[in-house]
Structure formats: structure tokens, C-alpha cells
Design a protein around this ligand. Structure first.
Ligand code: ADP
Length: 194
């Protein structure tokens, strides 16, 4: 099963990705987490991107694409015959690059989970998360930038995947369990009975 999970910052992509990946027995691959791991480890990549992430801006497409394609080449993706990409693609250019790479790998997307949320709830969720996780980009100014970048760069992908009939919209307002339940039933309706 080859899936994407999309949604504005704070919609809970990372939280929900774990459960979905477990259900379909595929690795969950989060670009944001991969970037944060690189920053924590002080790698060359981490040093290059640290400032961009702290400011809420996107990492350049070619850097992001290269990291994702490296990850898709790891044996677990082949072994479990699939993946769940969380936070990628985030620009039309990344989406085109992913199309080309999947074609090269003879894989295709099965579905794109799009979490939708009330914008007002996003900011308060992230500020609450900041107290727990201490993410450098969870402060009010950076959150605002991330939401703007999402609207300008990433939201157009919803149209693209909608036109391909891949979009699975899920309301992300509610508890973690409620949203997980909604995702599970939306996915099983769309994918399990094919
Ligand atoms: P959120 O969706 O809450 O912003 P993520 O962990 O998905 O959290 O992303 C955190 C940051 O990592 C983004 O603001 C951006 O700087 C960077 N990032 C993650 N994925 C991508 C991507 N596909 N392209 C460019 N930058 C990315």
C-alpha cells in the first residue's frame, strides 16, 4: 500500500501516521522527522537546513527529493511493499519528482489522506505541543509562516490528487482516537475492498 498523508501544520499528520502505517504494515516516512533527526545529529544536511526549518520555510526541493528517494530505496520499503509518506510532497515540483521516481520504481500511489482542520484550532494545538515537545518551529511567528507556506505551496496539491481520484478527506478536529477511527473507516471503505 503506497499512501501519502497531507494536512496543514498541527493537523496531526505525524500522530496519525503511526497507526495507519502499523495497520497496513508499511514504514511511515516523515520528512519533518528526518530533517529534525539530521539537525539533532549535527549532520552536514542538518546544519544546512536548521535555519530554514526554525523560520518555518521549506527545505529546497532538490535536497528534500534526494533525501526521500534515498529513504524509498531502503530494503524495508520493498519488503513491506509500500510506504506512508508524511509531509511529502509539499510543492508541485516535489509531486512531479515523486511521480517520476515512483514510475521508475514501478510503484503507484493508492491514496492520499488529507486531514482537514479548523485553522483556529491549529495554532492552539501547536502551542500546546510546543510545551510538550519543545520543537524549535512551534512558536507563534513560525507557526504563522508555516500555515501561510502550506496555503501557498502545498494546498494546490490537494487539487492535483483530487483530480486523480486519490484524495481521502478526513476531518481532523477531535481526539486522537476519534480521528484515527475516521481515518480507518475512510481507508477501509476506499482501499480494503478493492
Ligand atoms: P508541520 O507539518 O507541523 O509543519 P513537519 O514535521 O511535517 O511539521 O515539517 C516541519 C518542517 O520541516 C517544515 O516546516 C519544513 O521546514 C520542513 N519540511 C518537512 N517536509 C518538507 C518537504 N516535503 N519539503 C520541504 N520542507 C519540508
Amino acid at each position: 500500500m503506497n499512501l501519502l498523508i497531507m494536512g496543514p501544520p498541527g493537523a496531526g499528520k505525524g500522530t496519525q501516521a503511526g497507526g495507519i502505517a502499523e495497520h497496513y504494515k508499511v514504514p511511515a516516512i516523515s520528512t519533518g522527522q528526518l530533517f529534525r533527526d539530521n539537525i539533532a545529529l549535527g549532520t552536514a544536511l542538518g546544519r544546512t537546513i536548521e535555519g530554514l526549518i526554525a523560520a518555518g520555510n521549506l527545505v529546497p526541493d532538490e535536497v528534500t527529493n534526494a533525501m526521500v528517494f534515498d529513504r524509498l530505496a531502503k530494503p524495508d520499503v520493498r519488503k513491506h511493499r509500500g510506504f506512508l509518506l508524511d509531509g511529502y510532497p509539499r510543492t508541485l515540483e516535489q509531486a512531479a519528482a515523486l511521480d517520476a521516481e515512483l514510475q521508475r520504481l514501478r510503484m503507484r500511489l493508492d491514496g492520499v489522506i488529507a486531514l482537514t482542520a479548523d485553522p483556529a484550532s491549529l495554532v492552539s494545538r501547536m502551542l500546546k505541543r510546543a510545551e510538550i515537545e519543545g520543537r524549535a518551529d512551534d512558536n507563534e511567528e513560525t507557526i504563522r509562516t508555516r500555515i501561510e507556506v502550506y496555503g501557498a505551496e502545498t494546498a494546490p496539491l490537494l487539487t492535483l490528487y483530487g483530480e486523480r481520484g486519490l484524495l481521502i478527506d478526513v476531518d481532523a478536529d477531535g481526539t486522537v482516537d476519534e480521528v484515527a477511527q475516521r481515518i480507518r473507516s475512510a481507508l477501509s471503505e476506499r482501499l480494503d475492498r478493492r
